[in-house]
Design a protein around this ligand. Structure first.
Ligand code: 5GP
Ligand code: ZN
Length: 139
């Protein structure tokens, strides 16, 4: 279930201390040590997988259930009006810890956090070509 050299497995096991928010049989949630906003929480499955592609779906459902419980609590506690769920996969996408995790980041008006800069398609045709490439890759 867990990997001895994985930082988040070691946090689940209590080998490394964390500011725990919530725990059940499937899920562990704790504060991010370098938060994007105060209250930034990480929700992780207790079964190790490197990223979301390997996540056992039983744990996936339990994680979504936990997020539905934890995110409103994070918002209320921090006086936030919304939240982002961020989930990075692979180094190029910003993943630094290779145990699947979901970030809950509470948001307030004008909190200065930007998520991405839009890069519009030059034409509708280019957008359709891109859709076709992905549909082909799905087959
Ligand atoms: P990623 O960049 O992989 O999506 O997110 C990993 C997150 O784990 C980062 O936001 C980072 O601040 C957090 N993190 C890394 N090491 C620790 C740690 O030892 N304790 C806690 N609580 N968070 C950590
Ligand atoms: Zn792990």
């Amino acid at each position: 279930m867990q990997e001895k050299d994985c930082l988040f497995c070691r946090i689940i096991n209590g080998e490394i201390p964390s500011a725990k928010i919530y725990e059940d049989e499937y899920v562990y949630a704790f504060l991010d040590i370098a938060p994007g906003q105060q209250g930034h929480t990480l929700v992780i499955p207790k079964k190790h997988s490197e990223n979301i592609l390997g996540l056992d779906l039983v744990y996936g459902i339990k994680i979504i259930e936990a997020i539905q419980k934890i995110a409103p609590a994070v918002m209320n506690a921090m006086g936030a009006e919304g939240f982002n769920i961020i989930q990075n996969n692979n180094e190029v996408a910003g993943q630094t810890v290779f145990h699947t995790h979901f970030h809950i980041i509470p948001r307030k008006p004008q909190d200065g956090m930007g998520l991405w800069s839009p890069k519009p398609y030059e034409t509708m045709e280019k957008m359709q070509e891109t859709a076709k490439k992905i549909i082909k890759a799905l087959q």
